[in-house]
Design a protein around this ligand. Sequence first.
Ligand code: PRT
Ligand code: ZN
Length: 210
Amino acid sequence: MKNLKIAIQKSGRLNEKSVQLLKNCGLDFENYKSSLITTVGNFPLEILFLRDDDIPGYVEQGIADLGIVGENIIDETESKVEYIKRLGFGKCTLKLAIPKDSSIQDIKDLNGKAIATSYPNILKNFLDDYQINADIRLISGSVEISPGLGLSDAICDIVSTGGTLKSNGLKPFADVKNSEAILVGRKGLEGNEILAELVQRIESVLLAKE
Ligand code: PRT
Ligand code: ZN
């Protein structure tokens, strides 16, 4: 049977736990920071190291068979991938936040306001549900500084501890979406024996952690 390819984050918040999960599954591989692909010695799997934003697209197109990526990225890219397993790490919440002294009190108060985010699609869908028309400003990083610079009235960004919001004079206002790392797969993997074995090992690792 043909080796499967799994895409994981090359560096960043999900890299270490993704690597650790695969190692805990008994997979033997070198984790060279410089190589973009590595072959597992004792299991029919190759590992691709990618930017997290690219993972859903690679899986959707079948360049990778599997991926480990945050649900926030899957939703934002609106990729057609299959959810195989929730992995319980990388937990965070996409939240709307406003300056501590903001006059915004209700979701409706966001009408006509400027909101900075790296998640324009998720935010647009959320606002549409409340029939709110806001000016969504796409910013790719350091979203939290934009209200202080006068660039926006609110932000929509990932929060885990809340420390970054606080240190930028912001307070959480509404939860938009919870997220965690997910094992996803391309379409057409049903009945694949390598995948079945991998999922069984992942389930044992997750169970042992409970
Ligand atoms: O280079 P690459 O594109 O692969 O990585 P990246 O920089 O885009 O993403 P990275 O590594 O920061 O995050 C990868 C994934 O981890 C995200 O897509 C989420 O699914 C998940 N995750 C979990 C988080 C956080 N927690 C998190 N706290 N992603 C980002 N943050 C950032 C957030 O954007 C904010 O700036 O951390 C800051 C807030 O943290 P707190 O603890 O101060 O609230
Ligand atoms: Zn990214």
